[in-house]
Design a protein around this ligand. Structure first.
Ligand code: F6P
Length: 342
């Protein structure tokens, strides 16, 4: 059998581990051949491929990014997109396709499955916001990077008696902010799931400042105040209709400085959170998901996605990952709030 594989959307540490898992299991156990499609859905749309063998997945266990490249190309928005993909899969004699991606990539995979394509999904996003899987790989690495940054910011904020606002990724879900803020002893953490009241934020910052003469605030890029709009980088949209976020840290820092008189600066961690070496959890999760995806192809479980339930890797319907986003439950945010202020 010839299996196609692609990685789409924003990259996440652990992608190469998934590829390693799929290829290792597929070749050693099932004698499959692999065709890598390059740059997400752009690969099957334009016929951009490279063959992948065992030697290509040797020593990629600790490499961030994806050896297949990625993009946010949306074939559903391109004329004859589905037909062009079908043609290229035929041309390359592909029997099944493994799509590794987040909400958008798996959303396209779900549509293609409805067009009778033989697709298996692998959930990926540093945001950890896909439903029906307990964790997505990449998330733990992002939290580790952001927490280390916050630890470093504590010492400089303390020395200069400043408030430092740290903006982390998280468009619709505040998982990265929640876990970074809690592990990094933030005075306040703000997430997209709950609109914030600037006066309450200021109260928490003042309390912490009175105790420590400095404070750290963690804010997710998609966080919203009760009286404000989403802060975006510019007005442009990507192929899936998403605005580019970033800027909430700056505007929040300006408001805090204004209302407290404390010198306040902001730091945007941005793509640092997606780059570099995956932590062991993400490497192993990626590799286990990859093994299971190859098995799912062998068992002809098309239209399914591999997922982590507790400690087990299982199969769930593709659709169930993307219908509703997995956001931070109010009770989890409540736990974090116990540490806000002083
Ligand atoms: O992949 C998820 C994510 O990292 C979001 O947290 C973030 O909003 C977005 O990607 C940024 O995407 P891009 O790199 O395309 O600007």
């Amino acid at each position: 059998m010839r299996i196609g594989m692609l990685t789409g959307g924003g990259d996440a540490p652990g992608l190469n581990n998934v590829i390693k898992g799929v290829v290792t299991q597929g070749i050693k156990k099932y004698d499959y051949e692999f065709v890598g499609f390059l740059d997400g859905w752009k690969g099957p749309l334009e016929g951009l491929t490279k063959s992948i063998g065992l030697s290509d997945v040797a020593y990629i266990h600790d490499r961030g990014g994806t050896i297949l490249g990625s993009s946010r190309t949306n074939p559903m928005k391109i004329e004859n997109g589905v037909a062009r993909i079908e043609e290229n899969l035929k041309k390359h004699e592909i029997d099944a396709l493994i799509a590794i991606g987040g909400e958008d990539t798996l959303g396209v995979a779900t549509q293609l499955h409805k067009h009778d394509f033989k697709v298996i999904g692998v959930p990926k996003t540093i945001d950890n916001d896909l439903s029906n899987t307990d964790y997505t790989f990449g998330f733990q690495t992002s939290v580790a990077i952001a927490s280390e940054a916050v630890d470093r910011l504590h010492t400089t904020a303390r020395s200069h008696h400043r408030v430092l606002v740290v903006e982390v990724m998280g468009r619709h879900a505040g998982w990265i902010a929640l876990e970074t803020g809690m592990s990094g002893d933030a005075a306040v953490t703000l997430i997209p799931e709950e609109k914030y009241d600037i006066n309450q934020v200021v109260t928490w910052v003042k309390e912490r400042y009175a105790r420590d003469q400095y404070a750290i605030v963690v804010v997710a890029e998609g966080a919203l105040s009760l009286d404000g709009d989403l802060v975006t980088k510019d007005a442009s949209l990507d192929a899936f209709g998403h605005v580019k976020l970033s800027g909430v840290g700056d505007s929040l820092a300006a408001r805090i400085e204004d209302l407290t008189g404390f010198e306040t600066r902001s730091v945007v961690l941005g793509h640092l959170q997606r780059g570099g070496t995956p932590v062991a959890f993400d490497r192993n999760l990626g590799q286990r998901l990859g093994l299971k995806a190859a098995e799912a192809v062998n068992e002809k479980q098309f239209g399914q996605m591999v997922a982590l339930h507790g400690t087990e890797v299982v199969l769930v319907p593709l659709e169930s990952a993307t219908g509703v986003l997995k956001t931070v439950p109010a009770a989890r945010y409540q736990e974090a709030k116990a540490f806000f202020g002083a």
